[in-house]
Write a protein that binds this ligand. Structure first.
Ligand SMILES: O=C(O)CCC(=O)C(=O)O
Ligand SMILES: [Fe+2]
Length: 187
């Protein structure tokens, strides 16, 4: 990525992710099947489009606060992304591929060139779903700021420098769906 952005330091991002005191985490999510409408055990929230059963929001809408997210699920669909408010695009599950999300921190480090994506996970009516998600994060004390090449008079810094510790504690003091990066804007 750093190479693609023509940064002088081609390992600018990978160095931070690979630091021995990095704060990266692995999360396993489990979403039980939601069943069919009328099944008294299912938490019916909405019918899916094909009316084959019912789906519920299993993991509410949010952006990931870290730098990069690498996700793989068990071949059951459920992940959705939103590029436009209120419009959800399903990401077909591919058990032989990884899905990569840009997180808020990388958005700040690229001065908004890469955008962190809003996403959520819905349950599947017929099959339970599992996802395995690796969140690549900087060390707690790392300063999050754009490399000089990303800031120009035409494109001034969008965010003030902050530490990952500061961003992480802000994240956990807010609600899951809040757009917390806005709090770090310069103007
Ligand atoms: O399970 C999924 O597909 C998404 C999970 C997720 O967004 C997360 O763990 O941050
Ligand atoms: Fe997420």
């Amino acid at each position: 990525m750093a190479e693609g952005l023509s940064l002088a330091n081609a390992s600018a991002f990978s160095e931070i992710i690979r630091a021995v005191d990095g704060d990266s985490v692995l999360r396993l999510n489990y979403y039980p099947r939601t069943g069919c409408a009328g099944d008294p055990r299912s938490p019916v929230l909405f019918r899916n489009k094909r009316r084959e059963g019912v789906s519920a929001v299993g993991f509410g809408e949010h952006s990931d606060p870290q730098m990069l997210t690498v996700l793989r699920s068990n071949g059951v669909d459920g992940l959705q992304i939103s590029l436009e408010d209120g419009v959800w695009i399903p990401v077909p599950s591919d058990p032989s591929a990884f899905w990569v999300n840009v997180g808020d921190t990388l958005q700040a480090m690229t001065n908004g060139r890469f955008m962190s994506v809003r996403h959520r996970a819905v349950t599947n009516p017929h099959e339970s779903r599992m996802s395995m998600v690796y969140f690549a994060a900087p060390p707690l004390h790392a300063q999050i700021m754009s490399p000089p090449e990303m800031v120009t008079p035409q494109r001034p810094a969008l965010y003030r420098p902050f530490t990952w510790a500061e961003y992480k504690s802000t994240t956990y003091s807010l609600r899951l769906g809040d757009t917390r990066l806005n709090l770090f804007k310069t103007a």
